[in-house]
Design a protein around this ligand. Sequence first.
Ligand code: PAF
Length: 288
Amino acid sequence: MQIVHTIEDLRAALRPYDSPAFVATMGNLHQGHMALVRTAKPLGDVTVASIFVNRLQFAPHEDFDTYPRTLEADCDQLASTGCDVVFAPSEKDLYPEPQGFKVHPPPELADILEGHFRPGFFVGVCTVVMKLFQCVFSEAKGPRHAVFGKKDYQQQMVIRNMVQQLALPVNIVGAETQRAEDGLALSSRNGYLSDTERTEAVHLSLALRSLARDALAAADGLPAQREALEERAMHALSQRGWQPDYLTVRRRCDLQVPQALDATSAQRLVVLGAARLGSTRLIDNFEV
Ligand code: PAF
């Protein structure tokens, strides 16, 4: 496995290949990331992972400075999962000058849910993903694939929209969320949890499962009952000591709230949630 740090070296490493399959990460890798790499592997003739903690997608009060940087351990895991090239640029390599050009996704998709609670987050994500695509795929002659986890459901949707609207020649592949034995979605931020918090953490996914059951049971009555069901789910989680940002039932196609007509046409739904346990903010979702 080759480890490169500059855009120039990445392009040189990828020049002999036609069809890269790419996984973008911020490092501190776990089995969820390895599942993305395993999904990517058969898609192209070279598997590439990036490791870059992207300052642009963090608000000033968020955990950019403390986000764990574990390059050596990350590379060991990637090598043993069959990754061929790791791109681990420094900030100076990826942003040699302040990044003035940015990708602004449409507010109806990017200013709701995560974007509402983390203003500017998706501008940062789209900008870095666009730039990483330019770095990884510039030498490609065949199909280009990029794998993103469904755990970041809205992120994956925003990136799919960016690719579609900007006509980027990249196929976005979604990979299922990987979970611990108790059902907690794997996330780098789980590492912030104390032992007691780790035991409690599964209750976000349990609350979402229960909201999904309520949504199904409500059937055609969902548009009228949705807010009450969501409030009840958030209240139950608050009672356990969480601070929920949102637990909500949305349409899978655009993450907007389901309307009366959708219910009768069996519109497909997803439940999504974000909540803080102590100082750790966790997100999760289930397709209903
Ligand atoms: O999902 C992540 O880890 C990040 O948002 C991404 C896609 C690597 C962009 O920095």
